[in-house]
Write a protein that binds this ligand. Structure first.
Ligand SMILES: *[C@@H]1O[C@H](CO)[C@@H](O)[C@H](O)[C@H]1NC(C)=O
Ligand SMILES: *[C@@H]1O[C@H](CO)[C@@H](O)[C@H](O)[C@H]1NC(C)=O
Ligand SMILES: *[C@@H]1O[C@H](CO)[C@@H](O)[C@H](O)[C@H]1NC(C)=O
Ligand SMILES: *[C@@H]1O[C@H](CO)[C@@H](O)[C@H](O)[C@H]1NC(C)=O
Length: 220
């Protein structure tokens, strides 16, 4: 059974753009978020394996270097936020960034700010089975231009993803009026060992990621 999300609670979160961005109808409202979202089970290691966005800059940047980003999500009990540490091998070096996501009143709905683009980002976990995949919706508003963008991301617990999960992801993308032809499938360029970041090592070692079961989706 779908957990009912009242229009009221979405409006409480803030402005009308949230409603606009979601193309909210009564049917989709109950369909937005993973039922009985469990933040604890959502934490831990993920890989960002596929992305698509209505933001042309984001798409250009991702197409330029479509690499799998390793994510580590950590939530300190009692805190109203969690930290996402993203590590990727880009342009010859390991790059690591850390972002704090504030929790909101709705389970599975988060809020954060990206200083670099002065953008407010509202995101939610649309679908997850916790041990295999998570599908994320990110609705961002750049300030002061007010430019809005919708980004859909597929997280996987392993560096590859089954065709069935990818199909479901494509369906979700289409439901948000984005062509699934434009989805960027990230490639596995090996993993950066996070410990090397902390020691400031300038020669990052690449440890190959473990082979995981399931079907590998060929790069597009
Ligand atoms: C609700 O989600 C299901 C997939 O879980 C999808 O098949 C259905 O079309 C969605 N309904 C709406 C109104 O978005
Ligand atoms: C995370 O939330 C706690 C309260 O729940 C707050 O004290 C802390 O400052 C927050 N951290 C950040 C980085 O916003
Ligand atoms: C990649 O690194 C080279 C130097 O190593 C630099 O000149 C170039 O601007 C970098 N490109 C990007 C996109 O960061
Ligand atoms: C996140 O929550 C903290 C309070 O815990 C608040 O100070 C901060 O401004 C919030 N960040 C964003 C981006 O809303």
């Amino acid at each position: 059974m779908k957990r009912a999300v009242s229009l009221g609670s979405l409006l409480v979160l803030g402005s009308a753009w949230i409603i606009q961005g979601l193309h909210v109808s009564p049917e989709t409202l109950t369909n937005l978020t993973q039922d009985d979202f469990d933040l604890g089970r959502f934490m831990g290691q993920w890989y960002e394996v596929a992305v698509v966005s209505t933001c042309p800059h984001y798409m250009r940047r991702k197409q330029g270097e479509p690499v799998i980003v390793a994510l580590e999500l950590q939530h300190v009990a009692s805190e109203q936020n969690f930290t996402m540490t993203a590590t990727a091998f880009r342009n010859g070096t390991c790059k690591q960034t850390s972002t704090v996501y504030n929790l909101t009143d709705l389970p599975g709905h988060f809020f954060h700010h990206i200083a670099r683009f002065s953008a407010d980002v509202y995101s939610y976990v649309s679908r997850t089975n916790y041990d295999e995949y998570a599908m994320m919706l990110l609705l961002s508003t750049e300030k002061p231009s007010g430019k809005k963008a919708t980004t859909v991301k597929l997280y996987s617990r392993t560096v590859d993803v089954s065709p069935a999960v990818l199909d479901n992801f494509k369906t979700l993308v289409r439901q948000h009026d984005i062509s699934d032809d434009t989805i960027i499938i990230n490639q596995n360029k090996g993993e950066c060992a996070p410990s090397l970041q902390e020691t400031g090592d300038t020669q990052p070692q690449i440890s190959m990621t473990k082979e995981s079961k399931g079907n590998v989706v060929p790069p597009v």
